[in-house]
Design a protein around this ligand. Structure first.
Ligand code: URA
Length: 245
């Protein structure tokens, strides 16, 4: 017999909405199973049932999870109207409709997760989600220890409060007047590392995300990808669930 799962979970996995929103949609009578409106949250369905949300059949793809080492010069999106390279161009063999979880700037390289699991993506992107994101920045100019402290204290940039969890100098090049700085963030606000260093007066020349929670890029080159192992997905899920509560 096909595996039975709760209706809201199936809808969330299809990437239609978060589980909470899916529950609301069910309660609002927007969901049908085999043509009948279902408003009961406990309803269980299998792959053989036809589930529609607002009249549109949901996609019944198996959830898949990949880690990509995004090169610089690539958009964190599934398509680009200007024809620039996008992250999904690097996973041509993947037939599922995957999308990146969050974004790395066009000029930033590093670790990004792609999935077709909307619920998992929502969970990891939850603002309270406190998984370490480790970045390595090459700065123009060499910030002092005191200036790096400022990143940890927090700063308001363009009316937005930005804060790092950790920042330390890894190395400096006095001749070129550059530094390599490791920065750890919990938040993931738009261009956060670059904006924080701009505000300090040490613009970022190069930026790479080396780690995301328990995942790193060991053994990988830019442009390469690999599926996440089931236990890696489990660990990320547990971390996110723990922090959101
Ligand atoms: N901070 C940035 O400035 N850019 C990124 O892509 C990620 C974090």
């Amino acid at each position: 017999m096909a595996k039975m799962e709760r209706l809201q979970k199936v809808i969330a996995h299809a990437g239609v909405a978060s589980r909470r929103k899916a529950e609301q949609m069910i309660l609002d009578g927007k969901v049908t199973v085999n043509g009948k409106v279902v408003t009961e949250l406990g309803t269980k369905v299998s792959k053989n049932d036809d589930v529609e949300v607002e009249g549109v059949p949901i996609d019944k793809e198996e959830p898949v999870y990949y880690l990509l080492y995004k090169p610089r010069g690539v958009i964190s999106s599934v398509s680009d109207d200007k024809g620039r390279k996008v992250v999904t161009d690097y996973l041509p063999e993947v037939k599922e409709r995957i999308f990146p979880i969050g974004r790395l700037d066009y000029d930033t390289s590093g670790l990004i997760i792609l999935t077709n699991d909307g619920e998992f993506a929502n969970m990891l992107m939850h603002p309270k989600h406190e998984v370490d994101k480790v970045y390595v920045a090459k700065t123009k100019g060499i910030p002092s220890k005191e200036q790096l402290q400022q990143l940890k204290k927090g700063m308001t940039v363009d009316g937005e409060y930005l804060k790092a969890v950790h920042a330390k100098i890894m190395s400096t090049d006095g001749k070129k007047n550059t530094a390599i700085v490791q920065v750890i963030l919990h938040e993931g606000k738009n261009r956060q590392v670059r904006r924080m260093f701009d505000a300090l007066g040490y613009p970022v020349d190069k930026l790479k995300r080396e780690r995301y929670g328990s995942l790193d890029l060991k053994g990988m080159n830019a442009g390469e990808y690999r599926p996440l192992k089931p236990h890696e997905v489990k660990v990320l899920r547990e971390m996110a669930e723990e922090n959101v509560k």
